[in-house]
Design a protein around this ligand. Sequence first.
Ligand SMILES: [Fe+2]
Ligand SMILES: [Fe+2]
Length: 167
Amino acid sequence: MIKRSIKDFETIVEDILSNDKFQELNNELHHGISRFSHSRRVASLTYRFAKLFHMKNIEAMTRAALLHDFYLDNEFINNENSAKKLSAHPILAYENASSYYELGDLEENIIKSHMFPLKGDIPVYKESYIVSTIDKLAGAYEMSCFKFSLALNILLIFIFNIITIQR
Ligand SMILES: [Fe+2]
Ligand SMILES: [Fe+2]
């Protein structure tokens, strides 16, 4: 029996993480953190999930997960509103990703359908459903951390103000 050797996460994604344009995602705010960190989190969780369940497309899934939000806010034409951005960004991410990397049908569908069922294409592979679900879970976690730290900061400012007023 031939045993498939699985590359580690860093080896699969290192060329994307070091891409100059992809590095610009460090300056883009997304769910209260950078789009770079969000994308890396989605890719890392996808990799761990795929490895745990011995999925055969682990590399394609992981790379597509990393590329799913590969866009910059200033790439939208005429400052489109948030609803337009919601539906347009998977296509923009795919265009950016495919200008640097060779992507197959699986990667294309993962990227273009990651906003399902809100916007974009319909997932046609189980891998697309998995990445789309992981993206939503990661987004919910990041937003809750952001809101919690925001609430905590407001509370601390409030306490600080009371202490200083009472002096
Ligand atoms: Fe997205
Ligand atoms: Fe995302």
